[in-house]
Design a protein around this ligand. Sequence first.
Ligand code: ADE
Length: 234
Amino acid sequence: MSVHISAKKGEIAKTVLQPGDPLRAKYIADNFLEDVKLVSKTRNIFYFTGLYKGKEISVGASGMGVPSIGIYSYELFTEYDVDTIIRIGTCGGYTTDLNVFDLINVDGAASESTYAKFAWEMDEEIMYHQGKAFDVINETAKELALETKAANIHTSDVFYRKTPEIPAIAEKYNCPAVEMEAFALFANAKHLGKNAASILTVSDIIPTGEEISADQRETALRTMMTLALESGIK
Ligand code: ADE
């Protein structure tokens, strides 16, 4: 048991897929995994371990935002000896160069967040994916004939804001999209020498207000889940 995860040691696989939403973790467990066990439900943040194509993998939520993924990913890496975390989430496009349903394999996550500075004395404004997971995702996407864009993204603490302008940090690091977690995941992995990557599906285009509808969401997210699972078992 760790402070926020009630699984026993050994009940979590070496690779964990981390959506933000606990119900999305459940969806993956119900629809893609075999021999599934619910190993933690503390705070309704479900963690499941099961088999995908015969290989053990876990899936569990990060919750929303930097503090939440900072906690869960740290405990997974340090208390459960997890080697690789692949975040799977949605992001908002800052530009009409992106389309809803586009898949992004995150290269770097730029943020105004002070998480890396105060947790690990890392002063950089951008944290990059760690280890081999990013390359594995690119290769797996090719094998599955899926188009992914490698890009920097903005990890923001802000979902609702006063002004519609693209935040300066997103301009500075050429971030076409925004989400709320990858920076902290990458900072933890960097500090601990672990592997971390993030696959994001563009769920909304901020300047036009276009968004994936509720019934389109399931199919769109299934593609990302398949890519993450196929990458995760390599
Ligand atoms: N995730 C999905 N859409 C988002 C947005 N518009 N801002 C921040 N995170 C998001």
